[in-house]
Design a protein. Structure first.
Lengths: 268, 224
């Protein structure tokens, strides 16, 4: 008897879930902006494994450049923000299914990726560089022939290094930390990544140095659902206002310990 | 959900996917072979009369089986980094040692399921203990355990996807890479799911095609 009741209540719960899920999907044409206001909070997908863009700080709280930008966006929309942790395999499904409103996850804007989601204007321009042990003879990408280079998997960085050093052996890791560990353990000869991220690792351990010129430009954009232009306009406005008000430079100094080198495009 | 499926990027990246599939096949078949060898040895030891052998086999099985495979992978790759083992070798070692423990338990139960009279009869007709195992016990045990082995094998193929975290360029690894470049998350994971499904089905049904595999239960072995 009890077993039957339990089965029935589970069935009821499942069907209730299904019933709530369907109208939500049917409402998709309603603007995300209106939905955010109605819900009373902004759901922002962020990565927490990519310092200094998104990571957990000493108090185990999410922090980073991307997180601060997202907080500014929520401020403008006058709603609190709820940070949702995303990873490479989950960010797109979460975004297109409406579980998050936007994704700020140190994503390089590419034409290929733009076919799947929309991007804000560039809110950060990164460059790719090389980190090697102090004693290493590698002085730039030209010296990488036959050498093993660690990189974060599924990134534009992976594609760039393969193009810049075709004779190098590129070893792709799930995240920066694993790639960094491989360098420290001597499994690879160099680590390639965004200059600002490499600087973060170098600060951790001065036995490593950054060598050579930057060999790629990485324009970062905030991911927004396809055709969600209302929200995209708001996000773009926030980024531009941050630049004009000087807050952008403050954030940049806070996280990268440097002055911004590439200005944000601003529209009159 | 506002999403338009587009399979063109998958086709564009077919070479990577094929490379990954071949790597998965190589990794799984090596892992399978070694797991079988380890499993047979340990499983036989586990069914031995000598207490020391049984204890050693039991320790191996519990030690290997009770640690997550992911940790096995990291142990060989990062824990023993000073050995500089290639990632592929690390993955094969992890898979073989881990799955070998499961195979050992199956082999042990298979040997146990062969009626004791078979063993005594084999010795009585003048076979050495080794011959008795090779020609009498193992062939009968194999029939009994084939369905369970097929289960472990399909598990192993799927488990091989964990090797992606230690940079073995198998199917899951390539999927992650392609996902990152194209953002076609749904398409790529659907594709590799179908490939895993096909691969595992081939292995499972292939094993059951072995002569006698299907009528294991109907053999009517008895002590008589």
């Amino acid at each position: 008897m009890f077993a039957t009741l339990r089965v029935l209540s589970v069935l009821a719960a499942v069907s209730a879930l299904a019933a709530t899920a369907i109208p939500a999907a049917a409402q998709a044409p309603q603007g995300t902006l209106a939905k955010i206001k109605e819900r009373g909070k902004l759901l922002a997908g962020v990565k927490l494994d990519t310092p200094p863009f998104g990571f957990l700080d000493d108090k185990n709280e999410p922090a980073g450049f991307d997180i601060d930008i997202v907080r500014k966006i929520a401020e403008r929309l006058k709603v609190p923000v709820e940070l949702v942790k995303v990873t490479s395999p989950t960010r797109i499904p979460l975004l297109v299914s409406g579980n998050v409103d936007l994704v700020a996850a140190s994503m390089t804007h590419t034409r290929e990726r733009d076919k799947v989601i929309d991007f804000s204007i560039t809110y950060y321009t990164g460059g790719q560089s090389l980190l090697v042990p102090q004693a290493s003879a590698i002085g730039g990408v030209k010296d990488l022939g036959g050498k093993q280079v660690a990189v974060q998997q599924g990134t534009t960085l992976e594609k760039n290094i393969a193009a810049a050093a075709p004779s190098a052996k590129v070893v792709a890791f799930r995240d920066y930390n694993a790639a960094w560990l491989a360098l420290v353990q001597g499994r690879v000869d160099a680590l390639t990544g965004s200059l600002n991220v490499l600087q973060g690792f170098m600060k951790e351990d001065p036995k490593y140095k950054i060598v050579g010129d930057m060999f790629s430009i990485e324009p970062f954009g905030i991911g927004i659902r396809q055709n969600d232009s209302e929200l995209r306009d708001e996000v773009n406005a926030v980024i531009q206002d941050l630049w004009t008000s000087g807050e952008y430079a403050t954030l940049y100094r806070k996280w990268f310990n440097a002055e911004p080198t590439v200005p944000i495009e601003t529209w009159p | 959900m506002q999403y338009t499926f587009d399979w063109a990027p998958i086709w564009t990246n077919r070479e990577l996917i094929l490379d990954g599939l071949l790597d998965t096949i190589a990794l799984s078949s090596l892992g399978l072979t070694l797991a079988l060898v380890i499993g047979t040895l340990v499983g036989t030891a586990g069914s031995a009369k000598a207490r020391l052998l049984r204890a050693a086999a039991g320790t191996y099985v519990e030690g290997m089986r009770n640690i997550p495979l992911l940790v096995h992978m990291y142990f060989w790759y990062a824990g023993l980094a000073f050995l500089r083992l290639p990632p592929f070798a690390c993955a094969v070692a992890a898979l073989a040692l881990y799955s070998g423990a499961y195979v050992a338990e199956i082999v042990r139960s298979g040997i146990g399921a062969v009626p004791g009279g078979q063993w005594h009869a084999a010795l009585a007709v003048g076979l050495t203990p080794r011959q008795a195992f090779l020609f009498v016990i193992y062939p009968q045990a194999l029939r009994i355990i084939l369905p369970s082995l097929a289960g472990i094998f399909s598990q192993l193929v799927k488990d091989s996807s964990l090797a992606s975290v230690i940079t073995v360029a198998e199917l899951t690894y390539q999927a992650t890479a392609i996902e990152g470049q194209t953002f076609r998350t749904f398409e790529i994971y659907i594709t590799i799911s179908l490939l895993y499904l096909a691969l595992v089905s081939v292995i499972t049904y292939g094993l059951l095609l072995l002569p006698g595999a299907r009528d294991a239960a109907a053999q009517g072995l008895s002590d008589a």
